[in-house]
Design a protein around this ligand. Sequence first.
Ligand code: SAM
Length: 233
Amino acid sequence: MLRQGRMSPAQQRACDLLLPRYGVAPSVGAPLDFAGMFGRTAPVVLEIGSGMGETTAAIAAAQPATDFLAVEVHLPGVGALLRRIEAGGLANLRVMRHDAVDVVARMIAPASLAGIHVFFPDPWPKKRHHKRRLLAPAFVHELALRLVAGGVLHVATDWDDYANEALATLEAEPLLVNTAEGFAARPAHRPLTRFEERGMKLGHAVRDLVFRRRDTPPSAARPRDPGETAQEG
Ligand SMILES: C[S@@+](CC[C@H](N)C(=O)[O-])C[C@H]1O[C@@H](n2cnc3c(N)ncnc32)[C@H](O)[C@@H]1O
């Protein structure tokens, strides 16, 4: 279900006026055409759950040679991001209002993304809700398949047990390799959000996870050719 939320008049206006300009419609039956979307061929980064778009817009402004597609279900967030795109003249940023799980499954071609950002995914703190967490093993595998070799999956969360769970999930994914020993230092390109600064004052640790898609899957993940015999020893 797409979240409605309450729209400010400015967000509503932004949706009405700017969605046709900077919004991307869900594609049906074919992967999204990034070159057509951005009018050029450049590395593409997918952001899942861009919220109010503060970080999204700052990163896109700082990296004009990269194209960014933000996917968000919350309409006021989409409106806020549209306003940032317009205000910043960000030709390398587009937004789609849709469920990112469906976008990844049906609209992103394999090995087509230079990066994926998942910043502060909904933590679903109650144990009985953990199954709703986005970074489940099957979805992480789908994400890994969409990355080019060397492409980077970058996750950040301030929720301790989610951070540990995600670290275990990402480390167990054969297509991914950790770029750090455990958690990574915050990469300079991820700006501190206001929400994060507040959390840090309260003593919440923010964890970054930065994993790279392997050039070739480890041999354990490679399906064996028919007729190939197992190596002894
Ligand atoms: C805790 S907020 C973080 C927002 C932003 N990344 C930030 O750091 O401020 C999580 C966001 O993910 C969005 N979200 C959750 N599940 C989603 C899904 N399946 N597809 C797209 N967006 C989703 C929510 O609507 C919400 O805006």
